[in-house]
Design a protein around this ligand. Structure first.
Ligand code: SAH
Length: 597
């Protein structure tokens, strides 16, 4: 009988499509497959349609060897499947030795080790310039001892990147050993559970807290632990991205601090990118070769035409922020695979070629994308489009608050730095009426009431910037039929104001015609709400030209208009009607705004 064939195959970390083509070919023709139990995805076994299967978890070494030898001698093609790469903690050496001793040939097909699947999941380069140019693959001593010279406290002292297999059950010991080795407690550590599997999980922390976090996540097996400063995003860049720049760049904005990559695909986009770059703290321009001449050579990184995806993926996690001058859709597709979590993802902002809109797509708050978008909008003269909840809730946007509550902004030039401080979570002290504070700001712990200020001025202070606001003054003209009940005024006036976005709080003065001087309901209304009530004579009222004169009033009172004319008169020269006459059967109302002084 012809002799068979034995192939040791590295199955890869888990995902079946991480098997090598050579490994797949061996499986396709296998008569028999010996695999390592739960560590191998069932779908890999489906790639060996002719084979019978043996789970090595249930077999002793002699039994495995017997299967290999019998298969070989009976002319069968036998595949011995190992997880990851067979050469790393694969327990293959005793099999190789025994087969060698028996004169049985075999082939070995390498596989993707779980350590590389873990690095891929983390988007990390294990060897980063200036940080670590070596990687130690090791394990904590567990049931299997480790040679004394390789005990972790000794190995870890080198400060190189460390990747640990088979050690997730020894997290406390591992962290103690790392500290013993002199590694700083804040050294980053990442744990990747089941790298490349569908239920892959990543836990990040530092030497001081990773054991607790892993425990909380309930991870007990099948995990790779990566230790080292290469996990820090702010590490220095590889030389490619780190030319000697620095000169000739002004820092127009100081909102977003961090290294930014700016990408553009079209020539116009790159021209816009080149306009944005100098305004940011620290930015590098990425351009395809064909458009390289569109951007200044200083701070330019070119990549081959057509390899934008590669360039973007490579730059990911090398930068704190990305400004993508292109369609949001293009960026979104890439983020689907790049984004991990909001603690670690860099800020991503998309901007259109004309610079009209800057939209934070990822890491709005913690990553600073909202701030970066505002910086970009500031540079291009465009608009930042924020979608994060606290911004939507009108919380810190003092400019919007001012418009909504009819305050004039006296110091518009300070609003941007104030908004940035608020977005960064800086404490803000406010001087304003207590009730305004309670209704609009008290829910946000960032804000405090420094002074119950009632002169119509509001002051907001954060860090070194402050903004001043002045309440606009509004005058409400009221016409009403004789003996109007107070309840009716109480009902109609607030309701009508609200329809136009005002409230009684916005009204400084009430005004009517002198013939209403004795109107009890009206007098009571003014008194209850603490508003001064002014009356104007018919001649005064008739001297004002109004948009909606009333025939009925003219017939009854000899007055063309009560509400509009009274409101405009009370508000004085230059006043403007902001609510034109609203007529109910028994009441007419109009609101006028005083001109700015
Ligand atoms: N030869 C394998 C390692 C086998 S030892 C390889 O190259 O990956 C088993 C250890 O490998 C586990 O304890 C765990 O530390 C690691 N491991 C295997 N598969 C893994 C995976 N998908 N994700 C994370 N760690 C894995």
């Amino acid at each position: 009988m012809s002799e068979g064939k034995i192939t040791f195959v590295g199955a890869g970390p888990g995902a079946p499509d991480l098997l090598t083509l050579r490994g797949a070919a061996a499986l396709a023709e296998a008569d028999s497959v010996i695999y390592a139990g739960s560590l191998v995805d069932e779908r890999l076994l489906e790639m060996a349609p002719r084979a019978t299967f043996h789970n090595s978890a249930k077999l002793s070494l002699p039994e495995v060897l017997e299967l290999l030898e019998n298969g070989y001698r009976s002319g069968k093609k036998v595949v011995r499947l190992h997880t990851g790469d067979p050469s790393v903690y694969g327990a293959v050496s005793e099999q190789y030795r025994e087969l060698d001793a028996r004169g049985i040939p075999y082939e070995v097909v390498p596989g993707v080790s779980s350590v590389f699947a873990a690095a891929a999941a983390l988007h990390v380069e294990l060897t980063m310039p200036d940080i670590s140019q070596s990687v130690i693959l090791t394990r904590e001593a567990g049931r299997t001892p480790v040679p004394p010279a390789e005990a972790l406290p000794a190995l870890a002292a080198h400060g190189t990147t460390l990747c640990l297999f088979l050690s997730i059950g020894e997290m406390e010991q591992l962290c103690t050993d790392l500290l013993k080795a002199g590694r700083a407690p804040e050294t980053p550590v990442a744990v990747v559970y089941r790298a490349s599997w569908e239920n892959q999980e990543i836990v990040r922390g530092t030497i001081s807290d990773i054991a607790t976090k892993v425990h909380e996540a309930g991870i007990q097996r099948q995990a790779i632990i990566v230790v080292g400063d290469i996990l820090r995003r702010t590490g220095s860049l590889s030389r490619l991205y780190d030319p000697q720049f620095a000169t000739g760049y002004r820092h127009a904005t100081t909102g977003f601090h961090g290294k930014c990559a700016i990408f553009g695909l079209t020539r116009n986009a790159l021209l816009k990118a080149a306009e944005i770059a100098p305004g940011l703290d620290d930015a590098v321009l990425f351009t395809p070769e064909k458009h390289a001449d569109a951007v200044p050579a200083l701070r330019r990184v070119t990549y081959p035409d057509g390899s934008f995806a590669e360039a973007f993926h490579n730059a990911w996690l090398q930068f704190d922020g990305f400004v993508m001058v292109m369609a949001a859709g293009i960026v979104t597709r890439h983020l689907a695979t790049l984004a991990q979590d909001k603690k670690h993802d860099p800020a991503v902002v998309v901007c259109d070629e004309a610079g009209r809109f800057a939209i934070p797509l990822l890491s709005g708050h913690i990553g600073g994308a909202n701030t970066l978008a505002q910086d970009v909008a500031h540079i291009t003269g465009g608009q930042a489009v924020l979608t994060t909840a606290s911004d939507v809730r009108a919380l810190p946007a003092l400019d919007e608050w001012a418009v909504k509550h009819h305050y004039r902004i006296l110091t518009p030039e300070n609003l941007k730095s104030l908004a940035t401080a608020i977005l960064e979570g800086a404490p803000v002290s406010l001087e304003m009426p207590r009730e305004t504070f309670l209704s609009d700001f008290a829910n946000h712990s960032q804000f405090s009431l420094a002074d119950d200020r009632r002169d119509g001025t509001v002051v907001a202070r954060a860090k070194t910037s402050e903004a001043h606001f002045q309440k606009e003054r509004f005058h409400l003209g009221i016409g009403c039929r004789k003996d109007i009940p107070l309840e009716r005024l109480n009902e109609v006036i607030p309701e009508t104001l609200a329809e136009f976005g005002y409230s009684l709080n916005d009204v400084s003065v009430l005004a009517s015609a002198s013939v209403k001087r004795e109107e009890k309901g009206l007098l009571a209304f003014a008194q209850i709400h603490g508003k001064p009530l002014r009356f104007f004579e018919a001649e005064e009222l008739n001297a004002v030209s109004v948009p909606h004169p009333s025939e009925a009033a003219w017939e009854h009172l000899g007055i063309h208009s009560v509400s509009e004319a009274a409101a405009l008169l009370a508000a004085g020269d230059g006043a403007k009607l902001v609510i034109p006459k609203q007529a109910r059967t028994d009441i007419t109302l109009a609101l006028a705004k005083e001109a700015c002084k």
